[in-house]
Design a binder for this molecule. Structure first.
Ligand code: HAX
Length: 435
């Protein structure tokens, strides 16, 4: 058994009695109430999921296993010669809740290395897709194409005890995570670089190898590490994480679940917002003839967008009520590495003018920027200008968190998800509407 799996088993055995006790002895304790706005309005704020991988406080932002983003970046072992930590070590933290030692990180990196060969048929599937397919559709198709590799399905068909479900789920998750960077890089090079594919380098860590396969020089390896870490998890209720959990709850394997997760991430109100931000800014730049707008000029662009019934991409959030710390982490990176970049300056002006406008408009509950407002700027600066690709980067990162969640879902025996729906007439009756 690998070190990571042995550590995980120890954690699972310690955790299971807590879940069992809550269910057996406290199952009737009320957690909250649900009102009609929540029933019709996308279940906003309804407390009906559980995860220990991360927690999102509306005012503080995300904590991964109890650590804020700055704490996570500071405490995880760093890749030698780099500013950023190993993605592999971060996955260890997500999965076990413990900060890994350098040796533990090496062991996870070795695990990923052993599993990272992508079957050739995956590339055939991608090559068979129309070249103008969206990269997220390609990413989703490549993942689901590998479903026949599922160890979970094989063990399930052989007859497996429910208590053991987590084990082949762990195997599937690691196999998939190890392959995602190469698949993602292949999509990029195939679609935008005339199919000039760069082979992986087995000596490199996950972030370093991804940058290498993308064909982008340092410090893009650190950008990749930062991206994968920042986008990994945002508790369970967001569309991508919830989709992964929901599909997995039917005991659909990790390939089905993560492919579905990618599809959820591909919506413009969720992960696709990072491409929308760049598209919107390009529109502003065209309108300005490339000149950085003044605050007054930018205000006009923002109002024009709102008045035409569209949202300002990269602003607002269903849970957060302050500037997203994931935005802040990327902003800090920009201030250090690309303070004079014109697109960064655009985003900076946008940051100053947009929140007061959204407040004045009075609709958005959170006028502050989210993770997607800043992420395309960094990609653009390092030469990745095909902005419809950006959400794939988000997807590689999000898969780390969702896989960790699905492994724990199986370990703690969470059941198939099945909320109850009501008809409009029933809601009217509950509301006491007579006519
Ligand atoms: N621009 C304009 N209007 C906005 C807005 C924005 N950035 N954010 C919210 N609103 C509007 C909503 O459209 C809604 O309008 P209606 O009443 O007409 O329907 C109203 O304000 C109330 O919305 P809310 O309760 O504040 O926000 P929701 O929880 O419904 O939605 C969204 C959260 C993130 C979807 C929303 O803020 C939005 O559309 N933002 C722009 C798109 C975006 O950046 N998405 C990425 C979010 C982060 C993420 O998931 N990353 O992957």
């Amino acid at each position: 058994m690998s070190n990571l799996k042995a550590k995980l088993l120890e954690k699972i055995e310690g955790w299971r009695p807590r879940t069992t006790r809550l269910l057996k002895e406290y199952g009737n304790v009320k957690v909250g109430e649900v009102n009609i706005t929540q029933v019709i309005g996308g279940m906003r704020g309804v407390k009906c999921l559980t995860t220990d991988i991360s927690y999102l406080d509306p005012f503080e932002g995300i904590r991964f296993r109890g650590y804020t983003i700055p704490e996570t970046l500071e405490k995880l072992p760093k890749v030698p010669g780099s500013e950023m930590p190993y993605v592999e070590g971060f996955f260890y933290l997500l999965l076990t809740g413990e900060m890994p030692t350098v040796e533990e990180v090496d062991a996870v990196a070795e695990e990923f290395n052993k599993r990272k060969i992508v079957p050739d048929y995956v590339f055939d599937v991608l090559k068979a897709m129309p070249k103008d397919s969206h990269p997220m559709a390609m990413f989703s198709a490549a993942i689901v194409a590998m479903q026949k590799e599922s160890v979970f399905v094989q063990k399930y068909n052989e007859g497996m005890n429910k208590m053991d479900y987590w084990d082949p789920t762990f195997e599937d998750a690691l196999n998939l995570l190890a392959r995602l960077p190469q698949i993602a890089a292949f999509i990029y090079r195939w679609k935008y670089k005339d199919g000039d594919i760069i082979a992986p380098d087995p000596k490199l860590d996950m972030g370093g190898n991804f940058a290498h396969m993308m064909g982008i020089d340092k410090p893009y390896d650190d950008v990749a590490r930062l991206y994968f870490l920042l986008h990994s998890d945002h508790e369970s209720g967001n569309v991508s994480a919830h989709t992964g959990h929901l599909v997995g709850s039917a005991l659909s394997d990790v390939y089905y679940s993560i492919s579905a997760m990618i599809n959820g991430l591909a919506g413009p109100l969720h992960g696709l917002a990072n491409q929308e931000v760049l598209r919107w800014i390009q529109g502003v730049m065209d309108g300005m003839g490339g000149k950085i707008p003044t605050e007054e000029e930018m205000k006009k662009f923002v109002w024009d967008t709102l008045n035409s019934g569209q949202v300002i991409p990269g602003f607002g959030h269903a849970v957060l009520r302050k500037t997203d710390p994931r935005y802040q982490a990327q902003r800090d990176f920009c201030l250090k590495h690309l303070p004079d970049d014109p697109i960064f300056k655009y985003v900076d002006v946008l940051y100053k003018v947009t929140p007061p406008i959204l407040e004045e408009q009075g609709k958005a509950k959170n006028p502050w920027p989210n993770v997607d407002a800043q992420s395309g700027v960094i990609q653009w600066y390092y030469g990745l200008r095909e902005y419809d690709y950006y959400t794939v980067l988000f997807g590689v990162g999000r898969a780390l968190g969702v896989c960790a969640n699905i492994i724990w879902d199986r370990a703690l025996g969470y059941p198939i998800e099945r909320p109850k729906s009501l008809t409009t007439a029933m809601l009217e009756e509950i509301a006491g509407i007579k006519e």
